[in-house]
Design a protein around this ligand. Sequence first.
Ligand code: UDP
Length: 316
Amino acid sequence: MKKTVLITGGAGFLGSHLCDRMLAEGFRVIAMDNLITGNADNIAHLMGNPDFEFVHYDITNYVHIAGDLHYILHFASPASPIDYLKLPIQTMKVGALGTHKILGLARAKGARVLVASTSEVYGDPLEHPQTEGYWGNVNPIGFRGVYDEAKRFMEALTMAYHRYHGVETRIIRIFNTYGPRMRLDDGRALPAFVGQALRNEPLTVFGDGSQTRSFCYVSDLVEGIYRLLMSNETEPVNIGNPAEITILQFAEEILRLLPESTSKIELRPLPADDPKVRQPNIDKARALLGWEPKVGRAEGLEKTLDYFKQTVKQPA
Ligand code: UDP
């Protein structure tokens, strides 16, 4: 008998890659998504697979699953700054009410649950690189507050269910991740720059571009998630690629990879509360999970650009 895993946000960028991985590991997969930022195209190739089921549902409501459930990967949430700016209340509801439903479901079924937290819990960090022991520097009422505080609440509720009800919980703190199935219009730096370069429009670098990020390729992230799920660690673990780069350098790198583009870089105002630096300290993941990223930016960007080129060529 195959074990069953529920993946919330299963039609999203990360959720859909997790559907693929869990099916490949021999699980029966139930993907749940309300499709407000997810996309059914991401899981179209799985339709008809007898081990795969898609449920179009908003998990901020009571979640019912018939039969046994062994694992839950809780990945439902708008996750890009323009998405949570547009959907502030849904973002807070899924991180808070949705997480409550999922933890209640895990408790009722005796399932192990891994929740997707984020480097945003560190806010605009005063510790660099960020270790899991850092408590963060978050503006609760800023534009990013709806996401950051929902995820911080999610972590607190997860630990409460673990400590009070003995639910088997895992918490991953995900740093910037990229790869195929990102939405070209999700507003994040990589899809924004690639879309602009492919359309020969200016690349919009915010601020002076000196802010840094550290980009992890999606297959490395998925490997980290799987190892954490199967581990015994109940406290948060950072998963990300420590290779740090300024956003201006990143835009220049993308232009170099698309030499046919005539785009130039243009500086635009920096959004409020935009973290100035971000780099994961991954010592804990290395020690506990034997995990570290394997795919460098050159290889990861090549694969991602191939995907975006195909997407842009498709008629709307
Ligand atoms: N950014 C930018 N131009 C864009 C989109 C994003 O300069 O068109 C910057 C953004 O201000 C931030 C960094 O790129 O400093 C990464 O932004 P992203 O939205 O990808 O994710 P974040 O790490 O901020 O959540």
